[in-house]
Design a protein around this ligand. Structure first.
Ligand code: 13P
Length: 255
């Protein structure tokens, strides 16, 4: 059985004061849900604070991006080796905001996933279609193209150590989540594609859903056979909501 994983993506939000309250509330509650793995991915300047406040708690932490390079003349970039030094467990790679706003290509996303893995962390690789692509009936084609780039970059052995996140772009920050059936259909497609590489791998790999995930819809989404948790944006900034989503993960896990 795959262990449910719930990851908060703070995006570019936070302050030392707000983070301290949020982390205290989350870490004290997370112990109630031992069957769910939880993590928060914070902006770089807060990683030291996050590490300090989460060390010794069940909540893991990570970053939202990494350079594909380990060191060198790359002004403004952050190396995966540095993230490892901060004790990051996870790094989000290929989030749609990075693909769209920072022109990250499938090949670059693949290179970043390789860099994160080879520095001892787990990449959470995001895939997902725009509204136009969905309405044109191209969802499967787009997600398969993005996934195939990851498969090509990593190969079967390394692939077993990644987490995939399906985040339909039209559902991100819009309040309009994919329905459980819509999400399940794409998750099943992703797992099927992975099974083409290795059936055992496809069975074990965790595929998270992201996009307007809230306490009110998490239970139905997590009940789907191929949805193994969530990548949570806005609701991860509200302790009670994030904890309620973790709780939904625990219910799905024990169902
Ligand atoms: P929202 O949960 O705010 O829609 O964001 C989803 C997301 O992009 C998480 O990475």
């Amino acid at each position: 059985m795959r262990r449910t994983l719930v990851v908060g993506n703070w995006k570019m939000h936070g302050s030392f004061a707000d983070n301290a309250d949020l982390l205290a509330a989350i870490s004290s509650q997370a112990t109630r849900f031992p069957e769910v793995e939880s993590a928060v991915c914070a902006p770089f300047p807060y990683l030291a604070q996050v590490r300090e406040l989460l060390a010794g708690t069940p909540v893991k932490w990570g970053a939202q991006n990494s350079s594909e390079h380990v060191a060198g003349a790359y002004t403004g970039e952050v190396s995966p080796a540095m993230l490892r030094e901060f004790g990051c467990h996870y790094v989000i790679v290929g989030h749609s905001e990075r693909r769209t706003l920072h022109h990250e290509t499938d090949a670059l996303v693949g290179a970043k996933a390789v860099a994160v893995l080879s520095n001892g962390m787990t990449p959470i690789v995001c895939v997902g279609e725009t509204l136009d692509e969905r309405e044109a009936g191209h969802t499967a084609q787009v997600v398969t193209r993005q996934l195939d780039a990851i498969i090509a970059a990593l190969g079967a052995d390394a692939l077993a150590r990644v987490v995939i996140a399906y985040e339909p772009i039209w559902a991100i920050g819009t309040g309009r989540s994919a329905s459980p059936e819509q999400a399940q259909a794409v998750h099943a497609l992703i797992r099927q594609r992975l099974a083409g590489v290795d059936a055992g791998l496809a069975d074990d790999i965790r595929i998270l859903y992201g996009g307007s995930l809230k306490p009110g819809n998490a239970g139905a989404l997590f009940a789907q056979p191929d949805i193994d948790g969530g990548l949570v944006g806005g609701a991860s900034l509200v302790a009670a909501d994030f904890v309620a989503i973790i709780m939904a993960g625990q219910s799905a896990q024990s169902a």
